[in-house]
Design a protein around this ligand. Sequence first.
Ligand code: UT7
Length: 328
Amino acid sequence: MTDPRPTLRRPQGTTGTRILGVGSAQPDKIVTNDDLSQIMDTSDQWIRDRVGIIERRFAEKDELLVDFAVAAGTAALADAGVDPSEVDTVILPNCTMPSLIPNASAQVAARIGIPNPGAFDLNAACAGFCYGLGVASDLIKAGSSKKALVIGAEKLTDSVDPTDRANAIIFADGAGAAVVGAADEPGIGPVVWGSAGELVDLIYMRDHKYIYQEGQSVFRWATTQIAPIALQALAAAGLDPSDVDVLIPHQANLRIVEAIAKKLRAKGAREDMVVADDIKYSGNTSSASIPLALDHMRKAGTVKSGDLVLAVGFGAGLSYAGQAFVCP
Ligand code: UT7
């Protein structure tokens, strides 16, 4: 006897997804290391040697996280040749939205002209963009979304104690975005993600005050624990280290970026693998750093369409995520 209960239709998803376009936005105001050394006890040499930053961008008081998100999202849609009306999902990774409600995503979508999308913010701190890209890709594969816009955006300068010289010199503002859609061939590998909640006290921002981090402990964790995650993300996509054309780790500290690259090369990544060093001119922009770097590298021609990119984000939580994808 057949079961009389109704059955749900099989998901109308896809086997493949890809990034269709990227975009970014930063404040106009450039702040050099010498500028900072005028207002705190630091030096250009210390910052270059310990962190690798040459200059960064700081927002003005009236420039908000949502403004950068709108600009980056609009640029990514233009790059993809996708009309806002085609987007049904907006995911906005960030950890510095000044209000918990309203969130950033719904108002950003409205300002971009995306009609009534599913919209949510996602807080996985500096791992946020890779989390968001993973969720977007899987929503499309499952048939819950056709086109998604993922925008990592931060105004970290609101959350940094200007007298805390370790943090005040690294964090900066900006946004980076990617449009994700269906594809015949897989263009975004599975996300490999995780967390280490027992290390929660290493980075935090309580009551929307200032960011605190135990820099050296986070540094040690990032330089030992994150390269293996990147390798797992490659394996999950059926790839080898030698396949990677471009490595984009979260731009936390150039020494962390270089340590991750060195570990991947020890496992077979090529010497000519391009390694993102966008932190030199953008600083650490948390959720925005990976798409910002990708957009800048595409514009500079250091990453080309079709290149195999490996991204890995890590930060407060502690949380981490990575995936391989094909550059649009
Ligand atoms: O993005 C989210 C994840 N975050 C990260 O991945 C950040 C990881 N950590 C780091 O990148 C580094 O730990 C920092 C950049 C945050 C700090 O660099 P550090 O080399 O670990 O410095 P430290 O905090 O251990 O301080 C070493 C020394 C101290 O002086 P003493 O006590 O040895 O005399 C600090 O007071 O450097 C001093 N210092 C500075 N000196 C000049 C700290 N900040 C500065 C500064 N200028 N801006």
